[in-house]
Design a protein around this ligand. Sequence first.
Ligand code: OSB
Ligand code: MG
Length: 367
Amino acid sequence: MRIERVDLHLLRMELRSPFETSFGRTSTRDCILIEMFSEGIIGYGECVAARDPGYSYETSQTAWHMLRDFLVPAVINQELNTPQELKERLNFVRGHPMAKAGLEMSFWDLMGRQRGISLRQLIGGIKERVDVGVSIGIQHSPAELIRVVESYLKQGYRRVKIKIKPGWDIDQTRAVRKAFPDLRLQVDANSAYTLERATALLPLDDLGLLLIEQPLSEDDLWDHSKLQSQIKTPICLDESILSARHARQALDMDAARIINIKVGRVGGLSEGIAIHDLCLFRGTPVWCGGMLETGVGRAANLALATLPGFVLPGDISATDRYYIEDVTNERFILNLDSTIDVPDRPGLGVTINPSVMTKVSVAELSL
Ligand code: OSB
Ligand code: MG
């Protein structure tokens, strides 16, 4: 396929309710929607870099810069036939995985649409619906947290993740555990602790959690392994794992016993699949993380999560948990068994609603 043109759309989407993590609170979500054109077909991709560099150093503006000035020029007018060929063209840019992942996603979608095959089939996924859970941000009080958890349980979610930070950790998690003794519960600190301060987390070890996600810094594999040796609850790494190599090193030093795979964080679906394959081989459970994606990125997450090693529920919630109006026409709905159906039409299997896109678009560029 010759890549004829790439369009970028910077979208600013209003969340239904603000989302607060240890690194900040957001009520609107930036992302870049990428359209890749070839032979009369358009492939869509989503770059999940946010407005602020809280989760990682990338922002929607750094990603825009990388895409406009380096990544798109490296693929435009090129004859590319596999995601691997595209990836090789992008290799000269160090870092910036979210920018690369968005572009790679648009290529996967294009390829699937051209061949008439869904992304799930392209990557060899084995499920038609995937287990999902919900990620709940920091609230004003434990009572409010319990109300929010309860409202999601009523909607049918059977696995809950709560965000923690110093000062919002043990008491809050304990309160949720007390209110819901059998709930599949996990916590996510988004790097808010140091090994020294992580002693504050030790009481979590008795609450029957599925996992503790990313307690320490992104670049802190070694201290994660020290912390893991002190607790029986599995540590799950998110921010720390940027590649299959990182994943191997983390497993080798027992810095994590579970890995959260996010397409954006690891530089694309191909790398996400490579991490999955490694973990499957080593018997390490993985699950699909989320970045408050629009329907485009969520379709990719659903396809990825159909691979056999995704044995824990993903942070892939229904459309109505995120945005009032999404840019895709398709809405993802929670089934009664806490699953979401995986699209089966070609590529990502979603279509764009042009009027919503115009409404939420704050910048456009055709390359
Ligand atoms: O750490 O998993 C995270 C959202 C934005 C940035 C980081 C994270 C999250 C979530 C939300 O937890 C998951 C979702 O998309 O539902
Ligand atoms: Mg996380």
